[in-house]
Design a protein around this ligand. Structure first.
Ligand code: SAM
Ligand code: SF4
Ligand code: F3S
Length: 444
């Protein structure tokens, strides 16, 4: 038993957030209890992201910060986990002796053993791609998440190798968890009081698990989860246009709990750039998916990821992306300048002028943000369904989300937490809607 407190600082995507929670679930056995006070932990984990920019340098910077925090205190066991740990492995310990353990995302099942071994005075590194063993281990450990909205990883890794992306190298090959294990974890979450489950995967809609010659897809999971009366909402992320099959599209008519908000990254509106990126889908493929979904429910809204300034992007290619955003009014999107990642195909290509990329990013973001502001404005003076998540810290207000994931801040009471309530929207800004419970509020 280690007995003490553990703090995890999480960067990157929702999968890292899920992983951090599962690490907390695992180390309870050692007597390590989660703390939110990062200045007073016996074990400090940085769960890192490698997707863009100077990811590696940011981690060393963070460690410098932790060193300062603990200058006059007992040093915590310092663990670097996540995608930078995978990419950099034991090199990190060589460069920064303050690090005790380097732990890749497919080795989290070893976290307890590594922490126990720490007292043997060994520096340890685990970056095997041992995905099956990892999920096998965590299947035996209860998921204690009792938030109103929880993530549930169903698929990990990626075999698509887009030329710009590190994920296939940091998360390893595509792997889909056994169907029944996902269902029992979902049941644990529902028992804990979770009302919204977001199914997660690097390519969540590539989920495919075969048992007794029957293939289970994400559509089976969605339709299965739809039957639990205590569960109110289902979401999934991140999906890939190539895996947007008709069975999943049909879920938007078969499942009332599947929210009408699709995060479907396209990256660029130019077929030439999509080909250079090795995306293996065209703008037209994307548009067909859009039309099929809109035909099922015209209220379905879209968001996307965009990479601006990819090597070879001309003004015409950029204009195509801009036109696509005009055509599909994405209500909320992520856009970044291309960042060359070590080991990827695109890292060897000639970068386009930084200033041009920055100008294009500014233009695209202006358009995307305008869409977002307009969407939120259009909801003012209407009543929207909100799943109430929590009371806000140091405020009397409550926090929840509408069906499109937009944050809503409003007046309510403790007993509304976990319910879907009707909120009259009075005001909005780019990111948030503000309002109060509607007089004719009906809890769903
Ligand atoms: N699997 C998802 C898909 O294919 O759409 C995306 C997963 S990735 C973790 C999230 C986003 O990061 C991508 O959609 C992409 O826009 C962005 N991204 C990945 N590599 C990048 C790079 N080298 N430079 C800039 N953005 C990048
Ligand atoms: Fe990265 Fe492409 Fe895989 Fe998405 S599909 S995780 S962008 S390689
Ligand atoms: Fe980052 Fe790894 Fe997620 S690189 S975006 S934490 S899969």
């Amino acid at each position: 038993m280690l007995n003490g407190k553990i703090f995890i600082k999480t960067f990157g995507c929702q999968m890292n957030e899920y992983d951090s929670n599962r690490i907390y679930d695992s180390v309870i056995k050692l007597g390590l209890v989660k703390t939110t006070d990062q200045t007073n932990a016996d074990c400090y984990i940085l769960n890192t992201c490698h997707i863009r920019d100077k990811a590696k340098e940011k981690v060393y910077h963070e460690i410098g910060r932790v060193k300062k925090l603990y200058r006059n205190k007992k040093k915590p066991i310092m663990v670097v986990a996540g995608c930078v740990a995978q990419a950099e492995n034991e090199e990190m310990i060589r460069r920064e002796p303050y690090i005790d353990i380097v732990l890749g995302p497919q080795s989290y099942h070893k976290v307890n053993d590594l922490l126990k071994n720490y007292f043997l005075n060994l520096k340890q590194e685990e970056t095997e791609f041992d995905t099956i063993a990892k999920f096998g281990y965590f299947d035996q450990i209860k998921n204690n998440n009792n938030k109103i909205s929880a993530f549930l990883t169903i698929q990990e890794g990626c075999d698509k190798f887009c030329h710009f992306c590190v994920v296939p190298y940091t998360r390893g090959p595509e792997y889909s968890r056994p169907y029944n294990k996902i269902i029992s974890e979902a049941e644990q979450l529902i028992e804990n009081g979770v009302k919204e489950i977001t199914l997660l995967g690097q390519n969540v809609n590539a989920y495919s698990y075969t048992e007794n010659s029957k293939e289970f897809r994400i559509s089976n999971l969605i339709n299965h989860l739809n039957q639990y009366s205590e569960l109110k909402r289902i979401r999934y992320t991140t999906s890939h246009p190539r895996d947007m099959t008709d069975d999943l599209i049909d879920c938007y008519s078969s499942s009332k709990k599947l929210m009408p908000f699709v995060h479907l990254p396209i990256q660029s509106g130019s077929n030439k750039i999509l080909e250079l990126m090795n995306r293996k889908h065209t703008v037209d493929d994307y548009f067909k998916i859009y039309e099929k979904l809109k035909k099922i429910n015209k209220d379905i809204e879209f968001s996307s990821d965009f990479i601006i300034g990819y090597p070879g992007e001309t003004h015409k290619d950029f204009e195509d992306t801009f036109q696509l955003i005009k055509k599909i009014k994405f209500i909320n999107s992520f856009s970044f300048i291309f960042s060359p990642r070590p080991g990827t195909n695109a890292s060897k290509l000639k970068m386009i002028d930084k200033k041009i990329s920055q100008e294009r990013l500014t233009l695209i973001q202006k358009k995307l943000f305008t869409n977002q502001i307009e969407k939120n404005k259009s909801l003012e003076n209407t009543t929207v369904d909100v799943l109430v998540e929590n009371k806000m810290e140091k405020q009397k207000k409550f926090f929840g989300r509408n069906k499109y994931m937009s944050p809503v801040i409003f007046d309510a009471s403790e007993r509304d937490i976990g319910k879907i309530v009707k909120v009259k929207i009075e005001n909005s800004n780019q990111n948030t809607l503000f309002g109060h419970l509607s007089k004719q509020m009906k809890a769903a």
